[in-house]
Design a protein around this ligand. Sequence first.
Ligand SMILES: Cc1cc2nc3c(=O)[nH]c(=O)nc-3n(C[C@H](O)[C@H](O)[C@H](O)COP(=O)(O)O)c2cc1C
Length: 310
Amino acid sequence: MINLAVQLPGLSLKNPIMPASGCFSFGREIGELYDLSKLGAVITKATTQHPRIGNATPRVAESSSGMLNAIGLQNPGVEQVVSEELKRLASYDVPVIVNVAGSSLEEYVEVASVVSKISNVHAIELNISCPNVKDGGIIFGTDALVAAELTKAVVAASSVPVYVKLSPNVTSIVPIAKAIEEAGASGLTMINTLLGMELDRKTGKPILANRTGGLSGPAIKPIAIRLIDEVRRNTSIPIIAMGGVETVQDVIDYLSIGANAVAVGTAHFKNPWICSELIDQLPEALASLGYSSVEQCIGRSHDHEYLLSR
Ligand SMILES: Cc1cc2nc3c(=O)[nH]c(=O)nc-3n(C[C@H](O)[C@H](O)[C@H](O)COP(=O)(O)O)c2cc1C
């Protein structure tokens, strides 16, 4: 019997697999396909104080090596998220992580304070890394001091642990991760999408109305692995990893590099059952490596040097 359970601050996970923010919305559609209680956790779509309609269309595009999106934080606003979406998710036996976004420190604090009081919300994912909105998101995630100040304020206002989602669109990720850890975050999630652009072959113009968008899918996995490796060596708080997960080997790779759990994003658009299938496949994948638990696999890439550095 393989033990898939993982304990993280605020989160008692049955298994380490969950949908990534924005690729599962609030679980309404996928909840009709299988029992969401099977998931390790659910990460919701970004939630802001007021409803947002998002960016102009077209706001998704295929590229030769992944998907570009510039959705722009479309969501019904925190009031409706609480009264409808979180209420519906409470019928499942699954911890919910609410992805919180905003245009100002005050908005982040307000949304975090409201959602953290809801009983099935076990953690907050602080989205300081959205590359697709002008007035929020990434401006908070690219400067260590600003990221730390925001983290501190949200940790103080929140009654559940706060995980901060890191952007890969920075020159050096470690100082930002360290500042966020020192500011009191309980964990990190990484990575968000990489800023990209794709042209329409006929017109030569950008496909996305926003011109640029976030690249996701298998193309970004080697970048995510490299960034998680850097952050894992320099911080001690747990990491929930994401970026191009499509197969159980991808899950094993992220656990190996030191992630404590794994989220699946873009793969949902090809296969909405992906999380359920990966959960079914994980015990055999771990057993074939000689492990009897997920915990034994976490950080195995680092065995030698990692232990020496502790
Ligand atoms: C269509 C789409 C919408 C997304 N919306 C959000 C969001 O609202 N908040 C957020 O933090 N990340 C959002 N993301 C980023 C994903 O959660 C994830 O970090 C990223 O896509 C990398 O994982 P993947 O390669 O498995 O998709 C979105 C990604 C996509 C493709």
